[in-house]
Design a protein around this ligand. Structure first.
Ligand SMILES: Cc1ncc(COP(=O)(O)O)c(C=O)c1O
Length: 438
């Protein structure tokens, strides 16, 4: 007979004991002293990020973060645009309460049908106009999937012989996997990681003649952020993106827009491609970040049937990509984006912030220029002034997170739901810091 121990059964755990343990674990995190938090992060978590502060964040609402010691900090980068809807949007939060209360399965495996995935598919295709959505997790998985799809198209449809080539742009950011990390300009992102995946060609951003020079018979795709985020809020010249599309079409090349950062209202339209009109919709659209309202890692790509059908079962996938809890969260967040009319809020508030910043720039001896699209705003610091990092530290001391990009640009991309009063707080700090003698 079997000697398996039948007492090993989680159902036998006492529900009261489980409840108590759950609460204990939560409170353990909530109340972990600051010094212990920092010590544990430092001694157990890989050092691939530096910490801005030593006071743990324990609560967040809208654009505001609250620390253990009671500081209230304005999140001027909206968790790198993952929190366009603000932190803890009530619609997504309340949906999660229902989801958990009914014991819906958080994860299944994509071979089992899930109503939330079905609803997410319907909603996102209706909102974006694409036929299909391929769900994934972290933002970088979107350009990764787009690159795989483009390669398959290159071999099977364009019938490229030899190495298919994808053009990317100086100053871009598409994430950190081995495929796309090579596209980053900073030595620290490249050092010690070679050899990189072959077939990627760098072109200068915003320069049509230079782009043309890089195109040949093996070019299968152009991968671009319509506004470069990490690269320093770089907005291409008027007419550049439509011309890029025209050249791509002429040469049978796919256009991939990485809107992981610019999507979901950030630039004043639902997607930045919409600024140029329907004719210039990209073949593949990468989405991420705020598709989940900041509640979970959700990303993916959108494309029409002819293209997306090149992915058949077994060609691409991920255990958590499109799992029920991620799908339910994204489904709720998409409703919230619509109900908040996030693109309009972004366009209106962006205009206000930019005009105020232009006034500050006129009087400040530190600011070279300001630029922006919707609530995606960059402040170019003069190179004879203290650099962006210095200003970021100053702002942080005063109660606002604002991040430098490539030393001389400060990025201001707050939650789009920030009220005028919230934004006036941020602008007040800018007036104070940019107009004072440092
Ligand atoms: C345009 C763009 N693509 C991809 C990514 C990668 O997203 P993640 O950090 O979630 O992998 C980012 C992150 O900032 C991004 O800005």
């Amino acid at each position: 007979m079997s000697d398996i121990d039948t007492s090993i059964n989680t159902n036998l755990l006492d529900p009261i004991e489980i409840q108590a343990k759950a609460q204990e674990i939560y409170l353990e995190g909530l109340n972990l002293p600051a010094d212990e938090t920092i010590k544990l992060i430092d001694s157990t978590i890989a050092h691939n990020y530096g910490l801005l502060m030593e006071d743990p964040i324990i609560r967040a609402e809208g654009p505001w973060l609250y620390t253990r010691t009671g500081r209230k900090i304005f999140d001027g980068v909206a968790a790198y645009s993952a929190a366009n809807l603000g932190h803890n949007h009530p619609l997504v939060r309340d949906m999660l309460v229902h989801f958990l209360a009914h014991q819906s399965p958080p994860v299944l495996g994509r071979f089992l049908p899930d109503p939330f995935l079905a609803l997410l598919g319907k909603k996102i295709t209706e909102m974006t106009g694409y036929d299909y959505f391929l769900p994934a997790n972290g933002g970088v998985e979107a350009p990764e999937a787009a690159i795989k799809l483009a390669r398959r198209w290159g071999y099977k449809v364009k019938k490229v012989k030899g190495l298919p080539e994808i053009i990317y742009f100086t100053g871009c950011f598409h994430g950190r996997t081995l495929t796309v990390t090579q596209m980053l300009g900073e030595e620290v992102s490249l050092d010690g990681f070679e050899p990189f995946v072959a077939g990627f060609i760098e072109a200068p951003f915003g320069d049509i003649p230079a782009l043309k020079k890089h195109i040949n018979g093996n070019t299968i795709a152009i991968l671009i952020e319509p506004v470069q985020g990490e690269g320093g809020i770089n907005i291409p010249p008027d007419g550049y993106l439509p011309e890029l599309h025209r050249i791509a079409k002429e040469n049978k090349i796919l256009v991939i827009y990485d809107e992981v950062q610019t999507g979901w209202g950030r630039t004043g339209k639902l997607f930045a491609w919409e600024h140029d009109g329907e004719k210039y919709r990209p073949d593949i659209l990468c989405v991420g970040k705020s598709i989940s309202g900041g509640f979970a890692p959700v990303s993916g790509i959108l494309a029409d049937k002819k293209l997306m059908d090149l992915f058949d079962p077994g060609s691409h996938g991920s255990t958590y990509g499109g799992c029920p809890i991620s799908s339910a969260i994204a489904y709720a967040a998409l409703h919230a984006i619509e109900m908040e009319n996030l693109p309009k809020q972004s366009a209106d508030k962006g205009k206000y912030v930019l005009s105020q910043l232009e006034e500050i720039a006129k009087e400040s001896k530190y600011i070279e220029t300001v630029r922006g699209k919707g609530m995606m705003i960059g402040i170019q610091i003069k190179t004879d002034a203290p650099d962006g990092h210095h200003f970021a530290e100053k702002f942080f001391e005063e109660g606002m997170i604002i991040k430098e990009s490539h030393q001389w640009v400060l990025r201001f991309t707050p939650p789009i739901v920030a009220t005028k009063e919230d934004l006036d707080f941020a602008l007040g700090l800018m007036r104070k810091i940019f107009l004072e003698d440092l």
